[in-house]
Design a binder for this molecule. Structure first.
Ligand code: UTP
Length: 475
């Protein structure tokens, strides 16, 4: 018996090799490879702590938690315009010095959207239906031109969408970016287990594996060599965003400036929650630690509590936009120094599996546990974390669902509203409804203008100004 099989037998996971003898040589090799990559002690430990002892997951909430402080937007109460001007200048200098990389986490399974393909290839822009990846590529290209430095882009995929993602970029000629400016690496995986912690088989020759969560990005950045490459290239700021947010400012000089000014290892953007029960995590403070409390862990009376101005007390919503200090990622992602590893969370899911008779089972109720890390769990480990406020309408409109809230439709409308605001700001007459949605759908390419100011100056410079009627694209 091979060493790996013996190890699995000794750890009570011998069933993984139940069908081994009947496999082809290639299948045997592939199963052994998958099996060798799993840390069985870690699985046993997670099973004992998270599945078999139900009360041991730290919900992140305790009596000692308070709302975290944040730097308000310049236009909002408490905002200091001069401070924002200074931060912007500092961020621009860092960009001109080539210190910043963009980083997209695109390894998720996108189950809620139900789209067949990597989520980043999903078309979202109102007229041209540009994909999420194309919008980000054009924003990064625009910033690279403005700051006269190529901004490297790192994209984390997962085992199941890695090849399709790369093919998509190759076929589209990297959307105008030099191909060596774009770096792909695949995130880690974790096996799904049943109630007893037994690893499930997806096929006779395959373990049921799924990505290890967006928090897995930190160790993937280290394992893939990305942090080392950044170090060699003089990059110390990693601009992190999710693949599902077409509005995100991939590169935001003011944010970068605040991050540097605060000597922060991990900075985050916040928006005020739209309503008390909105499903976003909330930035909180516990002693000297900043953390995100998930919406499901925030007691209802606190979620609804208001301050003296009548605003939600716990309003500071997390929108998964961060800046990471490269050394911090390296420390946390390699589990060195005093930093512990990010904790795993449990997700109870329906996972099809091969039973002991070799039959495929497609469960109708959750039958398995998946282990995932969350990126915001890095916050309590960071020195000097800072949070800045951003305008939701300029930074956040996630595509999560096939329809309804946070869907392609809401993201399309939010893009159109942004275009209408920019046009109105440049003095163009645009008819809109009460929600700011323009009567005629038009599109502004990030390469024409990726902010209100840059749109206005491109518009000013435009010789043949067209009317912004239905279907017009400013490219
Ligand atoms: P979500 O939490 O929305 O998960 O990911 P998802 O897998 O995309 O979608 P559902 O829940 O199956 O419908 C938020 C962001 O984190 C990335 C996603 O690609 C998305 O950008 N992510 C999530 C990863 O990169 N890896 C993961 O393991 C999980």
């Amino acid at each position: 018996m091979s060493e790996i099989r013996e190890l699995y037998e000794a750890n009570n996971q011998g069933h993984v090799f139940e069908f081994y003898d009947a496999l082809t040589d290639a299948e045997k090799t592939s199963l052994e490879k998958q099996a060798s990559a799993i840390d069985l002690d870690e699985i046993a430990d997670l099973t004992a702590r998270l599945i078999q002892t139900s009360d041991c997951q730290d919900s992140g909430f305790s009596e000692a938690v308070e709302p975290a402080e944040y730097i308000p937007l310049e236009k909002n109460e408490g905002g200091d315009p001069a401070r924002w001007v200074e931060a912007r200048a500092k961020g621009e200098a860092a960009l001109r010095a080539g210190r910043v990389a963009a980083f997209t986490v695109a390894g998720g399974q996108g189950t809620r959207l139900g789209y067949n393909g990597p989520k980043g290839t999903f078309g979202v822009s109102p007229i041209l239906h540009k994909s999420l990846f194309q919008l980000f590529a054009e924003k990064i290209l625009a910033s690279s031109k403005i700051f006269a430095r190529p901004i490297p882009w790192f994209i984390m995929t997962s085992q199941s969408n890695h090849d399709d993602t790369i093919t998509f970029f190759e076929k589209s000629d990297y959307f105008g970016l030099p191909s060596d400016q774009v770096n792909f690496f695949s995130q880690g995986v974790m096996p799904a287990v049943d109630e007893e912690g037994k690893i499930l088989l997806a096929e006779k020759s395959q373990i049921a594996l799924s990505p290890d969560g967006h928090g897995g990005s930190l160790r993937a950045l280290v394992r893939s060599g990305a942090t080392r490459q950044m170090e060699a290239d003089g990059i110390d700021i990693i601009s992190y965003f999710q693949v599902d947010n077409p509005l995100v400012r991939c590169i935001d000089p003011a944010f970068i400036g605040f991050h540097l000014e605060g000597n922060s290892e991990l900075s985050s953007k916040t928006v005020s929650k739209a309503y008390a029960s909105e499903k976003v995590g909330v930035f909180c403070q516990r002693g000297d630690k900043t953390l995100v409390v998930e919406y499901s862990d925030l007691p209802e009376e606190l979620a609804e509590a208001t301050d003296t101005n009548g605003e939600l007390l716990y309003r500071s919503g997390s929108i998964a936009i961060h800046l990471f200090d490269r050394d911090f990622v390296h420390r946390l992602g390699s589990g060195t120094g005093e930093s512990a590893q990010l904790p795993f969370h449990l997700a109870h899911k329906k996972v099809p599996f091969i039973d002991s008779k070799g039959k495929i089972n497609a469960p109708e109720a959750p039958n398995a546990y998946k282990f995932e890390m969350f990126v915001f769990d890095a916050l309590p480990f960071a020195n000097n974390p800072i949070i800045i406020e951003t305008a939701r309408e300029d930074d956040f409109s996630p595509v999560k669902n096939a329809r309804g809230i946070d869907s392609a439709q809401t993201a399309r409308d939010d893009q159109l509203r942004q275009f209408a605001r920019w046009a109105a700001g440049a003095g163009i007459k645009v008819e809109t409804n009460d929600s700011g949605l323009p009567a005629a759908a038009f599109e502004i390419s990030p390469l024409f203008g990726d902010t209100a100011e840059r749109f206005a100056s491109s518009w000013d410079a435009l010789e043949n100004k067209t009317e912004l009627t239905e279907g017009v694209v400013l490219a």
